[in-house]
Design a protein around this ligand. Sequence first.
Ligand code: AP5
Length: 213
Amino acid sequence: MKNFILFGPPGAGKGTQAKIISKNFNILHLSTGDMLREQKDDPILAPYMSSGKLVPDEVIIEMVFKRLQRDDCKEGFLLDGFPRTLLQAEKLNEFLRKNNKKVDGVFCLLVSDDIIIKRLSGRRVCPKCGGSFNVNSMPPKKENVCDFCGAELVHRKDDMPEVIKERISVYEKQSKVLIDFYDKLNVLLKLDGTLNPNVIFERISNFVKNNVK
Ligand code: AP5
């Protein structure tokens, strides 16, 4: 039973990598962004998300901990998008300790701002099945149509240029302290997020084999 975290700026490839890890390690993938988007009409949450700001710590912490108490998390999990602040990380450690668990690995994807902007401007997602495409690097077979379920693809509201800039700025304010936090716990693996996703996974897999007991 292992618990992992995917960390990195918006568009670093967390969701892309999470799908590969979850399939290969047979581990549950929990994305806080996806969980929040399921409540996209919530009048309290929506303004934070559409402007690229973080939803308040107390809201996200309660939502995540409630989810982590469900039976399907007993065999381990992969968190994508959480924690994002020092308080979230400290509370997560406290929560896991109380449940005789710990964080076993934090995979931090590093990508420069110009690549992030290019990736997110081109990203199109399927609102029905969660499929993700990119008009520049991974276009769907038929323009704007999901390869997997045939639904019409959308450009996420927070993937507009001004909101992308705000999300990058929010990430930059929080990231150093979180990277230091997990570095001190000896669970951090920094990765070049511009590599091919399969190469990134190979490095994660080697780290887990050699460092996670
Ligand atoms: P969230 O959904 O978590 O957004 P994010 O962190 O900004 O990440 P993204 O989903 O945009 O990108 P990603 O890293 O998953 O990249 P992807 O794999 O899609 O959060 C959204 C909002 O929710 C936040 O702004 C906040 O408001 C709120 N929120 C969520 N968690 C919260 C928390 N803990 N506390 C408070 N608020 C919270 O890849 C991007 C593109 O790049 C794709 O097109 C893909 O094809 C391409 N790509 C991926 N990897 C590669 C690669 N290796 N090479 C080339 N292209 C690649």
